[in-house]
Design a binder for this molecule. Structure first.
Ligand code: 3PG
Ligand code: MG
Length: 390
């Protein structure tokens, strides 16, 4: 999707206006502390730009999956972290609609930032209820969506509100859509995809969609076992979806018919038990071993674009992390050298690339989980569709 298909902040006149900005503050929290602030850091430029231009920035977000009001999932807990990252004061309103929200908005001056309470405290959010949408929309003059990672949800603060107010893509949304277009809409070929993760069953739509687009499909992680088993290899006790062997065979046949290259592991690091530093050895075929890594790296050396979804092996445990770490390192080096465009995202992918120390060197790393996956599957995302110029 190119920028001429949606309005950006360049076209928005925000001075003195109440600007509702949808961000994704759904960050991981461990022991009461934000464990990863990436999503907050990513939206900081949009917030800063609107505030500097004299807009009143009103942040809208969900946090967790509460069933109604829940103090443990209050965005109030995040406000100090947001303020620290923005290096600006951030006010908080105890509700995202109604009198308390309106009073807080009315008290704002140009350049102020206000965070409204978790939108999911109201059932109308997930139901995209028109009454709730109207109450949200009443608080603003303009809507800016900077939350690609929640664009797969047709919720009130993501989708519904975009029909009620002049709507613009924020800077992070813009970057994200441009990076994604580089990979699947107008890729420099050859184009390869790495699909990892534990289960084939959750990636069937993805594999089908990617086979139509990529030149090379590289399979890793636990799901590769299902394909190896379908080829007649023994996978021992490793994770394998035995009921999906016919499906795996169908996918392989489809790849062959379309002339796509399908890359499977050829050797593996295995151990009797699955634990950190368990005694391990390299065998012929099981998960990912040195020959597989070498083979994948040689494939990367001859492609121009790579899209990566899902860990290549169990990255959270040594020595099983070696596949993810070494392949990520090779992709990062090729990116540094300007030889390849690398875009990664989805669920555990960012954590895996961070653990490998490679995320910062990729062309673009999305913080989106489900939204990235649905986009790769070729599904329209409600939060992106509503941005299209009508
Ligand atoms: C995410 O973390 O993937 C997004 O914030 C969406 O959250 P959800 O899966 O609870 O809708
Ligand atoms: Mg999710």
């Amino acid at each position: 999707m190119s920028t001429d298909m949606f309005h950006t902040l360049d076209e928005a006149d925000v001075r003195g206006k109440r600007v509702l900005v949808r961000v994704d503050l759904n960050v991981p929290v461990e022991n009461g502390k934000v464990a990863d602030t990436t999503r907050i850091e990513r939206v900081a430029p949009t917030i800063g730009e609107i505030a500097d231009k004299g807009g009143k920035v009103i942040l809208l977000s969900h946090f967790g999956r509460p069933n109604g009001p829940d103090p443990t999932q209050s965005l109030k807990l995040l406000t100090p972290t947001i303020a620290a990252i923005l290096k600006r004061p951030v006010a908080f309103a105890e509700d995202c609609i109604g009198e308390r929200a309106a009073a807080a908005v009315n008290a704002m001056k140009p350049g102020d930032i206000l965070c409204l309470e978790n939108t999911r405290f109201h059932l109308g959010e997930e139901r995209n209820d028109p009454g709730f949408v109207a109450q949200l929309a009443a608080l603003g003059d303009i809507f800016v969506n900077d939350a690609f990672s929640v664009a797969h949800r047709a919720h009130a603060s993501v989708e519904g509100i975009g029909h009620r107010l002049p709507t613009y893509a924020g800077r992070t949304m813009q970057d994200e859509l441009e990076a994604l277009a580089k990979v699947l809409q107008t890729p420099v070929r050859p184009l390869a995809a790495i699909v990892g993760g534990a289960k084939v069953s959750t990636k069937l739509d993805l594999l089908g969609s990617l086979l139509a687009k990529v030149d090379t499909l590289i399979l890793g992680g636990g799901m590769a076992n299902t394909f190896l088993a379908a080829c007649g290899h023994s996978v021992g006790k490793s994770l394998c979806e035995h009921d999906l062997l016919p499906t795996a065979r169908e996918i392989m046949a489809k790849a062959k018919a379309k002339g796509r290259e399908l890359v499977l592991p050829v050797d593996a690091v295995v151990a009797k038990t699955f634990a950190t530093n368990a005694p391990s050895r390299v065998v012929a075929v099981d998960s990912i071993g040195p020959r597989s890594i070498e083979h994948v790296c040689s494939v990367l050396a001859r492609v121009k674009t790579l899209v990566w979804n899902g860990p290549f092996g169990a990255f959270e445990l040594e020595p099983f992390d070696i596949g993810t770490v070494e392949v990520a390192e090779a992709a990062a080096e090729l990116t540094d050298a300007g030889k390849i465009i690398t875009v990664a995202g989805g669920g555990d992918t960012v954590a895996a690339l961070n653990a490998a120390g490679a995320a910062g060197r990729f062309t673009y790393v999305s913080t989106a989980g489900g939204a990235f996956l649905e986009w790769l599957e070729g599904k329209p995302l409600p939060g992106v569709e509503v941005l299209r110029v009508r």
